[in-house]
Design a protein around this ligand. Structure first.
Ligand SMILES: NC(=O)c1ccc[n+]([C@@H]2O[C@H](COP(=O)([O-])OP(=O)(O)OC[C@H]3O[C@@H](n4cnc5c(N)ncnc54)[C@H](OP(=O)(O)O)[C@@H]3O)[C@@H](O)[C@H]2O)c1
Length: 302
């Protein structure tokens, strides 16, 4: 409970603006079952499994099955990934009760607008074969339509079709606009976030507004796994570079969703709970920042 309180700083009135380092130092006892409490009270696992480009047909289903076997309890998909059927099938076939698996999907950019968003969510639920989503995200801040779309998500939340709603790829100004226009604070903002794209201002903004930051592309899509600085740290902790990157995200108080289509790597990426990165090395990782973007760039989205 104490850990949870530390993770979702908003439940402690005095901890909202904790300095990153203090936060990281305090969050050392993490496990694959650790959850954070979102601003509407629902709990979200800190480690999830990403499914973008996971492969078609049985490949996607197999990968999600391996992830559930490895202990991940959060599965991250999107209408855009064209794999909601396979993800849903794996979730439904698992022996793990539905309520213990946290399923996120996202609204496609072409489905913005009030009516379109309601229909899109219903379509995603149908494809997944589920009666509710744990988290529904606006995938991208589409100009002019995003606030109307948010109203649709509020309706879906009210109807119980989603347990939480949030956004993705929102920069601070997108969030400020949303907060000015709505009484529902997004539960989550999913953005590209890793030591090579350490968006500290966005992290602090989200933390101070009770919005949980969720990191996508935590492994830099594989592009930095051979960086000598990272290899040195991996060797120091006798862990692999992906494990260091995942652990860094978790110790930063950020939910993260690494992706792999390979069973061995899916297990490897979940094996991050038997070591702790020291405060000094957390700081060193923070300093790897080079503004690297491996995905689309929302800083250009008006
Ligand atoms: N909201 C958004 O706009 C958005 C954008 C991008 C991603 N996402 C979400 O975030 C998830 C993760 O991001 P991502 O898929 O872009 O990239 P990522 O998780 O940073 O990296 C995935 C890449 O790393 C490789 N990899 C994984 N584990 C490895 C290991 N242990 N050793 C070596 N290589 C490893 C994978 O290859 P193999 O598959 O061959 O193992 C793949 O090429 C996505 O799947 C998706 O769910 C969201």
């Amino acid at each position: 409970m104490v850990l949870r309180a530390l993770l979702y700083g908003h439940t402690l009135t005095t901890s909202i603006n904790l300095k990153n380092q203090k936060m990281k130092t305090q969050m050392q006892k993490l496990s694959i079952d650790t959850k954070i409490r979102l601003n509407n009270g629902i709990e979200m696992p800190i480690l999830g499994f990403g499914t973008y480009q996971i492969g078609g047909g049985t490949k996607a289903q197999d990968a999600v099955r391996y992830a559930l076997e490895a202990g991940y309890k959060l599965i991250d998909t999107a209408a855009m990934y064209e794999n909601e059927e396979e993800v849903g099938e794996a979730v439904r076939q698992s022996a793990i009760p539905r309520e213990e698996i946290f399923v996120t999907t996202k609204l496609r950019n072409s489905d913005h607008g009030y009516r379109a968003a309601i229909t899109a969510c219903e379509k995603s639920l149908e494809k997944l074969g589920l009666s509710y989503l744990d988290l529904y995200l606006i995938h991208w801040p589409v100009e002019d339509l995003r606030n109307e779309t948010w109203k649709a998500l509020e309706s879906l939340l009210g109807e119980g079709k989603c347990r939480a709603i949030g956004v993705s790829n929102y920069m601070i100004w997108h969030l400020e606009e949303l907060l000015d226009n709505s009484r529902t604070i997004p539960a989550v903002n999913q953005v590209e976030f890793n030591p090579y794209l350490y968006q500290e201002d966005l992290l602090e903004f989200c933390r101070s507004h009770h919005i949980q930051l969720e990191s996508y592309s935590p492994l830099t899509k594989g592009s930095k796994l051979h960086d000598p600085k990272l290899l040195d740290l991996a060797s120091k902790y006798s862990k692999s570079p992906p494990q260091i990157l995942i652990r860094w995200a978790l110790q930063s108080g950020v939910v993260t969703v690494p992706k792999s289509s390979k069973k061995e790597r899916i297990f490897e990426n979940s094996d991050v709970f038997d070591f702790t990165i020291s405060p000094e090395d957390m700081k060193a990782l923070d300093s790897f920042d080079e503004g690297l973007r491996t995905s689309w760039d929302p800083s250009t989205a008006p």
